[in-house]
Design a protein around this ligand. Structure first.
Ligand SMILES: NC(=O)c1ccc[n+]([C@@H]2O[C@H](COP(=O)([O-])OP(=O)(O)OC[C@H]3O[C@@H](n4cnc5c(N)ncnc54)[C@H](OP(=O)(O)O)[C@@H]3O)[C@@H](O)[C@H]2O)c1
Length: 334
């Protein structure tokens, strides 16, 4: 099979190559999926760039990618709820290939009411959003929520998700995206090129921090006392964050020596601050499917690449200006 392989850390052109690889052998608890579509997420390119190399060293050659949709072509002996021919989607390490093996607990059955491309764009962003809000006790009707980067993969899902739960949604984006982000349902769209979100928002119940760095610290200026902040990027590696990222204890200890600012801000605002790292969850995949089927959440796909052009997809996403998602068509016979 053709698979995208990472051969080192650094730029995409020198460290990614499409190679012929053996079709993966499945274990008793796995299914083999013939992949139709994948979508690309920042985590995929950050792995290539070596962002996580200090704490999680890869062995090369390594498979790449996470989101997938496709057809099951083989099932393991312990799998009794899925059969060959089932259409499924989910996330797994190594999805950028003609075939991927996945634990049966990590796939979700789909049907013809959704197409392969649409559903391939949702697993990572959908599960991340659901896990983020769940971690701080969910969304209450009327909650005032700021979702940063409303035009990104996470933002476009999160705005629609938070609105479906009855929240009042503020979001940030640049001038060129303002109108279509507004059409996603956001109540207040703040053009960060022209306005300050710190002036436009106050007394928020929740900040969904998709940008990290100073955005994390500044979130404490605009939440109410006892408000909640969920970060997708760790601004400090304290022991709790290290546990979430499964960083070995000794490395975590040394990294945690540099922390402190966050703790002071949490105390001052009596805030509930959480960092989350998304993990596959079948129940949440089912929830995503149902949100898509009911058209509560609509896909925003800026561009589709062919697998042969996958490196351009990496370069495109890594520029940080993507509108919604970009997908990659793996199976050209679809
Ligand atoms: N912890 C986890 O489990 C987890 C899971 C998923 C993602 N993440 C992280 O979450 C982040 C967001 O992911 P994503 O998929 O949404 O990324 P993305 O789709 O690549 O985000 C691109 C979008 O960000 C917007 N943007 C960039 N800078 C901005 C700023 N200063 N203010 C407002 N908007 C800005 C851009 O809009 P403009 O062109 O208008 O600037 C663009 O539309 C990434 O860093 C990713 O690694 C973490």
């Amino acid at each position: 099979m053709k698979a995208l392989i990472q051969i080192g850390y650094g730029d995409f052109k020198n460290n990614l190559v499409i190679m012929d690889m053996p079709i993966p052998e499945i274990s008793d608890d796995e299914v083999l999926v013939k992949v139709k579509y994948t979508s690309i997420n920042p985590h995929d390119y950050k792995v290539i760039q070596g962002t996580f190399a200090k704490t999680e060293k890869l062995k090369f050659p390594a498979l790449v990618g996470s989101d997938f949709s496709g057809i099951i072509v083989k099932v393991g002996r312990n799998v009794d709820n899925l059969v060959e021919g089932d259409a499924v989607f989910g996330t797994v390490d190594g999805a950028f290939a003609e075939y991927c093996k996945v634990k049966y607990q990590d796939v979700c059955l789909m049907d013809s009411s959704v197409d392969f491309e649409t559903i391939s764009s949702f697993s990572v962003v959908g599960m991340t959003t659901i896990q983020a809000f769940d971690r701080v006790g969910g969304i209450n009707k009327g909650d005032k929520i700021l979702i940063h980067a409303g035009s990104g993969g996470i933002g476009t899902f999160a705005i629609q998700y938070a609105k479906s739960k009855g929240a009042f949604v503020y979001t940030t984006t640049s001038t060129k995206n303002k109108d279509w982000v507004n059409a996603l349902g956001a109540d207040v769209v703040i053009d960060y090129k022209k306005e300050s979100y710190l002036e436009a928002c106050s007394e928020l119940d929740i900040v969904f921090d998709t940008l990290g760095d100073s955005y994390t610290y500044d979130a404490f200026k605009i939440i109410k006392q006892g408000g909640k902040i969920i970060s997708l990027l760790p601004v400090e590696i304290n022991m709790k964050v290290a546990k979430e990222l499964k960083i070995p204890k000794l490395i975590a200890f040394f990294l945690s020596l540099k922390t402190g600012k966050l703790k002071k801000l949490i105390r001052a605002m009596h805030a509930n601050y959480e960092f989350i790292f998304m993990r596959p969850n079948q129940a949440q995949l089912k929830e995503i499917l149902s949100l898509v089927q009911s058209q509560t959440i609509k896909p925003i796909i800026e561009k589709t690449f062919y697998f042969s052009d996958v490196i351009s997809a990496f370069e495109h996403l890594a520029r940080g200006r993507t509108k919604g998602k970009i997908t990659i068509k793996i199976d050209n016979h679809e």
